[in-house]
Design a protein around this ligand. Structure first.
Ligand SMILES: CC(C)(COP(=O)(O)OP(=O)(O)OC[C@H]1O[C@@H](n2cnc3c(N)ncnc32)[C@H](O)[C@@H]1OP(=O)(O)O)[C@@H](O)C(=O)NCCC(=O)NCCS
Length: 199
């Protein structure tokens, strides 16, 4: 397991948490119903706005490298063991930070060859970030930003992309801090709805 160090912001104030919780409810229950657009981002090293930190970021490429305490079976914020196995078997790499046996957040990088028909054409050596999650109790400290930055740097110069729902501003703020820039907007509910009954 490779280990990297990255900086962390101070935990948000209680007031900031309340505001963020209200925003989250508005986004997930209102905006997400109507706005199905996805913003596609590409990483540009010169656009990074983060400094150094103490976050211990770990790169996990096999199940043996992951402590079993992060699995759903032990931690309600985690995913089931089978889920991690499935993605690792596809060649995906997990970037995570573990504190007291719990994952503070996670970011996956999938090779372009496994990403299928993606929103924009991908270079053969590109990586696609997905599955970005910080558990609710750890949000607002810059963890998603640091993990996505570590994942992008870990690509060793190969292009790195991700997509994000247009209404998900917290996620976009995290990605923008990490140096991801919007390059395309894909799909809207209305266009997809006209395309077929399953849209
Ligand atoms: C989106 C998500 C990954 C962000 O994780 P995070 O570790 O809180 O991200 P960061 O702290 O790096 O940045 C989040 C931004 O939103 C703000 N924010 C979001 N939630 C917050 C909260 N509960 N408290 C305070 N600030 C919050 C932060 O202030 C920050 O913006 P800023 O730097 O401009 O102030 C997390 O909210 C999450 O897991 N959401 C559910 C899953 C999801 O939407 N994943 C992304 C899919 S593309």
């Amino acid at each position: 397991m490779d280990v990297f160090r990255a900086p962390l912001a101070a935990p948000p104030t209680p007031r900031r948490r309340w505001v963020a919780a209200l925003e989250r409810i508005a986004r997930t229950h209102l905006l997400s119903r109507f706005d199905r657009r996805r913003v596609v981002f590409r990483w540009r090293p010169e656009a990074v706005r983060l400094g150094e930190s103490d976050l211990r970021v770990e790169r996990v490429a096999s199940l043996d490298e992951l402590p079993n305490t992060v699995f759903r079976e032990f931690d309600s914020d985690g995913q089931p063991l089978a889920w991690y196995r499935h993605f690792l078997n596809q060649g995906a790499v997990l970037w995570t930070a573990i504190e007291g046996g719990r994952a503070l957040g996670s970011v996956w990088v999938l090779p372009a060859a496994r990403a299928g028909d993606w929103y924009v054409p991908l270079e053969p050596d590109a990586g696609v970030i997905y599955g970005v999650v910080t558990p609710p109790w750890a949000r607002g400290r810059g963890i998603a930003a640091q993990l996505s930055l570590a994942a992008a740097r870990g690509a060793g110069g190969a292009p790195v992309y991700l997509d994000c729902m247009a209404w998900n501003r917290p996620a976009q703020r995290a990605f923008e801090k990490a140096g991801f820039e919007p390059v395309a907007v894909a799909g809207s509910r209305w266009r997809e709805a006209r395309a077929g009954p399953d849209a």
